[in-house]
Design a protein around this ligand. Structure first.
Ligand code: ZN
Ligand code: ZN
Length: 333
């Protein structure tokens, strides 16, 4: 029998850069350089610490559930922003969770909730829906900087004429936003249409029928039924009324906490984490993950190193110790 005392505890990724840490590898090199430079300029000119972080999913850090507490915890763990003004900003994208958040320091109160929501909904998410992650993040960074300072990057010292020139150039991104939103919505409709459109039997050309959630079980293997039950994979079974042709299509859930089992390969693997040794700033920690497969009952453990806590004394390359009380806005795809 499988038994464990699990103390799942959120850990946070360390940062290796003050401005952009692209752990999900979704920002292209040119945009990463641009974002780094404008955020460095923002910090030099205004003292505002604004940092961008992309991760694959929060479960990697033993956080299961909404992105908001993870963002606030990370913000405070890193100490983003000046400690007296609490004016830091974190843009967090969790790619596989399909969630994002712009978290702001407690100095802003709730005044930024609405403008950040608008930037997420009108600028960033429409780009993401077209798989243009890099462009969406870059335009979002520009828009947040404009909201915070009233200036676009590169304009802190420039005269009025130069400013209006830049504004006209950037207006392009804003004008584009509604079209991107329409295209994004169309993408969603297209995926729905593609899943629901009638299937034609290759043997006799007749229209196939999609079976209901209960009828389809007869055509699914035990492992597939378990996946459906756990909602990690959804199956559509199409049958032909004229012959015995059957088509099975699988749709993987973005939100599942079940991984793929090493033995049976179904996405029916549950993992419970036990911290064996906490990480400190000088030493790595250790954790054990106990896996249990709800399909084949495989039962195995893995020990993993927890990376060192980010040091806050590494020669000027650290955040100012600011904190957040949960202000900002979230979005999902
Ligand atoms: Zn047929
Ligand atoms: Zn298994």
């Amino acid at each position: 029998m499988f038994a464990t005392q699990s103390t799942a505890e959120t850990e946070y990724p360390p940062y290796s850069n003050l401005y952009v840490n692209d752990y999900a590898a979704i920002i292209d090199r040119r945009d990463e350089t641009y974002i780094h430079d404008v955020l460095e300029e923002l910090r030099t000119e205004t003292g505002i610490e604004f940092t961008v972080l992309t991760i694959r999913n929060t479960a990697l850090y033993d956080h299961h559930g909404p992105i908001e507490p993870f963002a606030t915890g990370l913000f405070n763990h890193w100490g983003i922003g000046n400690a007296a003004r609490n004016d830091g900003v974190l843009m967090l994208i969790s790619r596989n969770d399909r969630k994002m958040r712009i978290e702001v320091g407690s100095g802003y109160g709730r005044t930024k909730d609405r403008p950040m929501k608008r930037i997420i909904d009108d600028i960033i998410i429409p780009a993401f829906r077209n798989d243009a992650y890099s462009r969406g993040i870059r335009s979002g960074v520009d828009a947040v900087i404009y909201d915070l300072t009233g200036h676009y990057p590169g304009e802190y010292d420039s005269g009025l004429i130069e400013k209006s020139v830049n504004r006209v150039k950037r207006l392009g991104a804003w004008l584009f936003a509604p079209f991107a939103a329409i295209a994004g919505g169309a993408g969603l409709l297209f995926r729905r249409w593609r899943r629901n459109r009638p299937r034609i039997c290759p043997n006799d050309g007749s229209r196939m029928q999609r079976l209901g959630e209960y009828e389809d079980d007869a055509h699914l293997k035990d492992g597939q039924q378990t996946e459906e039950h756990l909602k990690s994979v959804d199956y559509d079974v199409w049958t032909c009324g004229q012959c015995d042709h059957v088509t099975i299509e699988s749709y993987r859930s973005w939100f599942t906490r079940y991984g793929a089992c090493r033995r049976c390969n179904y996405r029916t693997l549950q993992g419970d984490t036990t911290i064996l040794k906490h990480a400190t700033t000088n030493a790595t920690g250790l954790k054990r993950i106990d896996y249990y497969c709800k399909n084949c009952q495989a039962d195995y453990s893995e020990t993993k190193v927890i990376s060192r806590k980010s040091s806050s004394s590494s020669g000027g390359s650290s955040f100012g110790g600011g904190s957040s009380s949960g202000g900002g806005a979230s979005g999902s795809l």
